[in-house]
Ligand binder design. Sequence first.
Ligand code: HEM
Length: 404
Amino acid sequence: MSAEVLESARPSHVPADREVDFDIYNPCTLEADLHQAWMRMRDSMPHGIAWTPHNEGHWIALAPELVSAVLSDSTRFSNRIVLVPKSTSGEAYSEFIPLSLDPPRHRPFRKVLDEQLKVGAVNALEGSIRELTVSLIEAFLANKRCNFTHEFAEHLPLQVFMKLVDLPLENLPELKHLADQFTRPDGSVTPAEATAQFQKYLAPILAERKGSGRTDLLTHIADAQIEGRDITEDEAVNLAGQAMVGGLDTVVNFMSFAMFTLAGMPELQAEIVKDPGRIPKLVNELIRRLPIISSGREVISDVEVDGVTLAKGDIVIAPTELYALNESVNACPFEVDLDRAVKKQVTFGAGPHICPGQFLARLEIKILLEEWFARIPSFRLEPGQDIKHLGGVTAGTTSFWLEW
Ligand code: HEM
């Protein structure tokens, strides 16, 4: 979003001491580390909620209990708008379901995704995910180095997802580019155009798959029943669009953060090699330590929160980063500690919209770590690289090289 930062003057209901200079699409101005950048901003404010003029002006929940309340309390905070700037990304994304729907309308659509993404359904994919993971690692193993982003992270989750929706891999670059326009826009197309292009791409495919007897996620959506009636064509397109955006960006970025972090932890690597049975704990701890999503909600009607009035229509961003990295939630939150007693996080969200793709994401991360450590027991970042953390609704990193 840096191409066009839309600053807004502070509205009269926002007290001056709530204002903070923070752009969620470009948070790493003073800190190179994304998570440190969020915490530095939080520490600079004495309040539980702040307001930034960037991206048309919006609130940011800072206190952990507010982050989870904003994500989960649909009586005060609506999902109609989850992205900023509200008038562009927010409105364009409000067509996608189930994320833009509040309960009870949300539930039947969400059920359609859950049926295909629940633990049992996802576990059936384990063999093929492992096979692909091994073949990707074996392709660069002998080189003693790899560009982790380009040679692994951009392949595994995306190929798995394309298989889930049974779409040709040659369409992947275009679909990924469109999905990224909502999470880390580069200004190449407007959010409204990205929504329209998704709809144009998906509509004929869903029409063709309806009643086709195929078993992929898109066919399942095309054939779905919503409270006893057929899903409409528009609903199917918008449900499929949401699944695409969720599936095409998040795991790529999470894996990049995970391996970037582990590359700097030789002792932890040795611990895992000695006892690979600790990998499930490592997966959980990385998920806690590396939240990357900052979505938002629209205030339903004027409401008092943390001593200020949030006005009807205001947007509040609920950064998942600020929950698990708060000292009051997890002790020594920046440490990767496999044995921590309390391990609280909202990395996959909270409340009715909690991520339906989390079982698939967890499985992919677990398999990556198992197959990686079985072949590459010790690795580090290649020296001399200028690796940047990137902000956004889904944060990411620039590509980087690992060596061993
Ligand atoms: C590490 C990977 C992932 C992370 C960190 C993540 C995180 C999240 C978060 C925080 C939310 C809630 C957003 C909100 O309440 O505003 C969410 C929702 C969602 N995610 Fe994920 N996600 C991941 C992977 C996936 C995958 C692989 C898929 C698809 C296969 C997916 C599909 C979705 C969908 C469809 C929603 C909307 C659910 C609803 O509105 O009920 N996600 N995700």
